[in-house]
Design a protein around this ligand. Structure first.
Ligand code: ZN
Length: 116
């Protein structure tokens, strides 16, 4: 069975890893000090990763305005959810806003736009 995680957490992890990749690439550039061209390429690449991460962080900010705060029935904590189904940030309890999906097995497919 595939492992699901809370969507906002997932995007945050992605943005954080982009920053790390950016720094690693920039750090790798230092090893090519003898060749200014290669070093510049590494620096620009690293910078691009960091810019991408900033964009992702901005995107989280936009997404956060669309999240719904719910109290998790399992652990009683306030968690944010996105879309029709999501996972509790704290205990990984599947959550849904849609009554018709209640009790059904968790499936991220429910978040896809339904064709009418
Ligand atoms: Zn919970």
């Amino acid at each position: 069975m595939a492992k699901y995680s809370n969507k906002i957490n997932k995007v945050r992890t992605f943005a954080l890893s982009l920053i790390f990749i950016g720094f690693i690439v920039m750090y790798a550039g230092i090893f090519f000090r003898s060749s200014p061209l290669v070093m510049t390429i590494f620096m620009i690449l690293g910078l691009l990763f960091i810019i991408a991460s900033t964009v992702v962080y901005f995107w989280i900010g936009m997404l956060s305005t669309k999240t719904v705060q719910v109290v998790c029935p399992n652990c009683g904590k306030h968690t944010k959810m996105l879309g029709r189904v999501d996972i509790c940030m704290y205990c990984n309890e599947p959550l849904t806003l849609d009554q018709s999906l209640e009790g059904k097995e968790f499936d991220e497919q429910y978040n896809r736009k339904q064709q009418k």
